[in-house]
Design a protein around this ligand. Structure first.
Ligand SMILES: Cc1cc2nc3c(=O)[nH]c(=O)nc-3n(C[C@H](O)[C@H](O)[C@H](O)COP(=O)(O)O)c2cc1C
Length: 195
């Protein structure tokens, strides 16, 4: 049986070995009320269950997801000339996933996460970049990195795909190969599309 998630995972491994700058990234599009927004995120894992990313619950994107869990993720590997558009529904991962990952985040990211609780929520306005830098500098002096615990606002989410579209630009003469995979009763069905 064709499994587009396996195809993406294999492509990701190839993209990594080709040092593709996009190998660790994805673009997540959300819409609360018909006004779409998109952002770059680090793509953590790809499995048959879906695709996972880590975010902050004080962010604008978390508020959007809470209102509408339907999402589309875009992956583009220039090194392979392949694009994936993954449509599905977002769910929050259980706490264990974030508890396991968060301690491995770079120190700067940990301090930023803490600042979203004590200084300002993510995506909100602040007085200046300098004001944030000064807050974090002070916080760091009184809170060494090993004293930081996983904050409640750190969250893992998984996109559970229902439809995946692959556009492969490798054929000559712009005769692109475009396929749509749809999950029907637990099985992926493939359709060839006009590119
Ligand atoms: C290369 C790159 C990687 C990023 N990775 C993440 C990430 O893994 N998680 C995250 O929450 N934001 C990440 N961001 C920042 C987001 O793109 C976005 O600016 C931020 O999450 C706020 O989004 P929001 O206001 O829509 O919630 C990344 C940005 C870039 C450019």
């Amino acid at each position: 049986m064709i499994n587009p998630l396996e195809i993406i995972n294999n492509d990701r491994l190839s993209a990594r070995s080709l040092e593709d700058a996009n190998a660790e990234l994805c673009y997540l599009a959300l819409s609360e009320t018909g006004s779409p927004s998109v952002r770059t995120l680090i793509l953590r894992t790809i499995s048959n269950d879906g695709l996972t990313v880590f975010i902050n619950k004080t962010s604008a994107k978390w508020r959007t997801i809470s209102k509408n869990d339907e999402a589309e993720m875009l992956i583009w590997y220039p090194s392979l000339q392949r694009q994936y558009r993954i449509h599905g529904v977002i769910e929050e991962l259980d706490r264990a996933a974030i508890e396991q990952n968060w301690p491995r985040r770079p120190a700067g990211s940990k301090y930023l996460d803490h600042a979203t609780m004590n200084f300002q929520a993510q995506s909100q306005t602040i007085d200046s970049h300098a004001a944030l830098a000064s807050y974090i500098k002070e916080f760091r002096e009184t809170h060494p990195e090993d004293s930081l615990t996983t904050p409640e606002v750190a969250a893992g989410i998984i996109l559970r795909p229902e439809e995946i579209e692959c556009l492969d630009l490798n054929s000559p003469d712009r005769l692109h190969d475009r396929r749509r995979y749809t999950l029907v009763n637990g099985e992926w069905k493939e359709a060839q599309l006009m590119p």
